[in-house]
Design a protein. Structure first.
Length: 329
């Protein structure tokens, strides 16, 4: 894929009123989700659950791309239709999570692994139909955390991944997530997010990553889960201000992660940003996982596949409205 094609795919991924569905939960993560709804974590149950998502009729009206786990990329419906084909039929771009999870560091921080065989895996994923990829870095706020070393190394690995993707003709989603865990203030999240984004874009520049052929997937600037509350207006204002300071205008779009924020809250925050901010150089949209799938997962646990698809479509519609600044709650 040449640079023009990379630019075209990246722009399509963040073109409003659509956003990105993150359905890339690892086998371990979906085990926890299935446990909560009383479903056994077998390959067939994972396949059935993902089939429910990718066959939701009309999903392509609100969703531009779907991030899949490696297992899911190669799966088919019960009728034998590859999931990639189901997505393409809806006009949804197939994507793939390529990081291999987190390595715990002695001080409690994490670094993301998966660079060693990335080139070979990207070739295989592209042949299977993936046109974009995702790599998540995790930044933890705590006593003495994050360290400059962790931010720098996380940024370096994100840039190396992004360059490998573009060399393979795949659009990278660059995801530096500052976690909500903890009792930190809104101001502390703002400070760490700013430091992280500046480090990431320094490394992307050093690696000669084409910014027009990537998508940024950051956290919103919110207080820690156990920290003091903040208003939607303040969260929106501070988030947009930091993005304006740190994100070059060449980036076509920013697709926020939901990161454990409640469904209603994350929709309100995104809506507030799009309602208040004007003349931004990039699109502000969504790339939610739990924020789109919570209701769908509950219905699947009850064996109600039609209800699960409706829940997914309803949340996709609400998120799409927030991307346009027209969500009313």
């Amino acid at each position: 894929m040449d640079s023009t094609s990379l630019h075209t795919v990246a722009a399509a991924m963040v073109a409003k009123p659509k956003g990105i569905l993150a359905m890339d939960e690892s086998t371990g993560t979906i085990a926890k989700r299935f446990s909560d709804i009383g479903v056994e974590n077998t390959e067939e149950n994972r396949r059935r659950y993902r089939e429910m998502l990718v066959t939701a009729s009309g999903l392509g009206q609100r969703i531009s791309g779907a991030i899949m786990f490696e297992e899911t990329l190669f799966q088919e419906t019960e009728a034998g239709v590859p999931f990639v084909e189901c997505l393409r039929k809806e006009g949804i771009i197939p994507g793939i999570k390529v990081d291999m999870g987190l390595e715990k560091q002695p001080n409690g921080e994490e670094l993301t692994k998966g660079l060693d065989d990335l080139k070979e895996r990207l070739a295989r994923y592209k042949a299977a139909g993936a046109r974009f990829a995702k790599w998540r870095a995790v930044i933890r706020i705590g006593e003495g955390l994050p360290t400059e070393k962790n931010i720098a190394e996380s940024a370096r690995r994100l840039a190396a991944y992004a360059k490998a993707c573009q060399d393979a003709g795949i659009v990278p989603i660059v995801e530096p997530e500052v976690l909500m865990d903890g009792d930190h203030t809104l101001a502390r999240c703002e400070e760490v997010t700013r430091d992280t984004l500046k480090a990431v874009f320094r490394e992307l520049a050093a690696a000669k990553v084409d910014l027009k052929g990537m998508v940024l997937k950051p956290n919103m600037i919110v207080p820690g889960k156990d920290g003091p509350e903040a208003s939607a207006e303040e969260i929106a204002q501070r988030t947009v201000a930091v993005l304006k300071e740190c994100v070059p205008k060449e980036v076509p779009g920013i697709a926020f992660l939901s990161g454990g924020i409640g469904d209603d809250d994350v929709t309100v925050y995104l809506n507030e940003m799009n309602k208040a901010a004007r003349d931004l150089p990039w699109s502000l949209t969504f790339s939610f996982g739990r924020g789109l799938q919570r209701g769908a997962l509950e219905s699947f646990g009850k064996g109600d596949l039609a209800g699960g698809q409706k829940a997914l479509l309803d949340r996709a519609k609400e998120s799409s409205m927030a991307a346009m600044g027209t969500y009313r709650g």
